[in-house]
Design a protein around this ligand. Sequence first.
Ligand code: ADP
Ligand code: MG
Length: 685
Amino acid sequence: MLPVFDKFFYPRSICIIGASSKPKSLGYELTRSVIEYDYTGKLLLVNPKGEEILGIKCFHTISEITEEIDLAILMVPKQFVESSLSEILSKQVKAIILITAGFKETGDEGAKSEKRIVDLIKNSNARLVGPNCMGIINTHPQIKMNATFVAEQPREGNIAFCSQSGAIGAAVLNSLSETDIRFGHFISVGNKADVNELDLLDYWNSNDDIKILCFYLESFVNGEKLINYSIENKVTKPVIILKSGKTESGIRAASSHTGAIASSDKVIDSVLRQFRIIRVDDLNDMFNTAKGFEEFPMPKGNKVAVVTNAGGPAILTVDSLESNNLVLAELSQSTKTELRKIVHPEGSVNNPVDLLPGGTAEQFKSVVEILLTDENVDSVISIFVEPIMVKALPVIESINEIESEKPVFQIVMPLPEFWEEYRQKSKSRKPLFRFAEDVSVVIKNMLLLNSKNFSSKRLEKKSVNNSISLDGYTGKFLPNDLVNSLIKEYSIPIVEEQIAQIDEIEKLKLNYPLVVKAFSEDIVHKSDFNAVILNVKNIQQLKDSIAELKSNLAKKGLELNKVLLQSFLKTKFELLIGAFRDKSFGPMIMFGSGGKYVEYLQDTTMCSAYLNDEDIENLINTTKIGKIIRGVRGEKSINIEKLKMIIKNLAQMMIDYEKITEVDFNPLIITEENELYAVDIRIKC
Ligand code: ADP
Ligand code: MG
């Protein structure tokens, strides 16, 4: 028996329930697509009137069918979906695509009906794609299945594409003749009631026809599971994700600094990068990147040589290299000497090499070949803008002929008729790129995968039970004693401090200078209440400070009975180390510039708490403060090892204590004596 996902993509028989003889109806168009794309298996149609559709006689009902059905495509009107589904399931069909819309996307009633459908499916051990989707394509010559209502004839390839939006899927399919994307598999997953991106990730990763996985997603079904897949090294192929809804922000009530900064989009960005999953900004970048993986060798590094016949596009390309962390290769002297023999005296032999508008096919080819032999060059970009005197096709083809272990990407800006000519006459039909910025994105994305490094071990959940009970604090900040127990368990260094009753202040033995902070459950950010006074030097100043705090709080209608007294630290740097639990991706760690102005400094990065040493390194290095604390302008580096330990321990705490939702160490002070202390800690459940 075929595994169920093979039944979706490699069915030996398809049954379309709701096929129609009425042109332009979905039931007709989908049937027509299947027939016209020459599906190699058996096609069965069901239509209550028993019509003949495109030469095939329909069954009146599913029950009339005696043959085995691998894949059922259900596209009956909504009111018949549940009953038809029951009939299909009773025929032991295990793979079902539900095209019909009108479920969760329409509100409560629809959601309930969708839930009933999922229950039916689960009870029968079947799988369902959709509802509210547009079907599946497999271009493999032994299958040739276009079970969508887009009447395109996609070319065979190794790219798999999963679209959460039917319209995006249709748009991509409609423009195939222009974009030349070569799909192996296409699937529109609609509402993802059952089959979702994780199923497909799993399936495609072990499917030999697929080399590159592309996803257009509007939501992640389970981010933490995606992380687990990556941790277990289950995904070995390039995965490219276009996630929409980027502007979504401020999803959390801003109860801590960390919470205020964390937006779901930043979480997605950080996690995907951490686990080497490629995220792109648009469909153009997605498929360019996919083509990069499909048809070009992997670049070994980030040094790029550019050859061009026009100034402007080369400048744009060079600019885009920089913004994608790539560099212009420094050409060797011997390369330049060789180039000088070919390049026009007025053209440049420095990178970018400029052949001027007269640059011919032979010149382009020779220059690219010379550049490829230079050890400092990891990849070559050739830019050709078609002038009147040189035809595009011979130039492009002569470069296509070059064989090399390094990738050669071509950006072409030709006359409009070129594209059709290229499709007709090109021998290799290698992908070409249209915009100056396209290739930089492709190289950057390919390099991200190259740098796959899972050498050091990631944190895992501790097997021992947590000793500290956090029951009863859901939605609340933890009281001081619990905070202190946690801090102790995870060896977070805190400044010497004590809580003091104001009326007992004179009895205490104190070491000055001190910091006095109002101690009140009602205050979240003390600075907002002028509730912190620094550098208090003696008892008189302490009394004055307390009086001042009392009066500051009284203005806001708050009473003050206790103060927190801390040693006053000679501060060199203020850092923020935070943590929060994302609804989808689970425990996250944040690092950056700290203090009162964190929200304004905007110098924080984050990553999943399932981190390894390399991630901590990246977390620190990608912030400005992270570079500064390592020592600039002749200064000594701070104790980075200690800092890393604190980050690691906090991550472990987030993994161990699932009830904790937010943690804020702001600031973690680095003193002039190079000691690290958290002076303001908040933990919320
Ligand atoms: P909040 O964040 O609630 O306003 P903090 O306890 O973080 O209050 O204190 C505010 C600022 O005071 C800190 O950002 C830091 O600059 C400074 N500060 C706090 N505690 C100390 C301390 N023990 N030594 C030196 N400076 C401190
Ligand atoms: Mg603070």
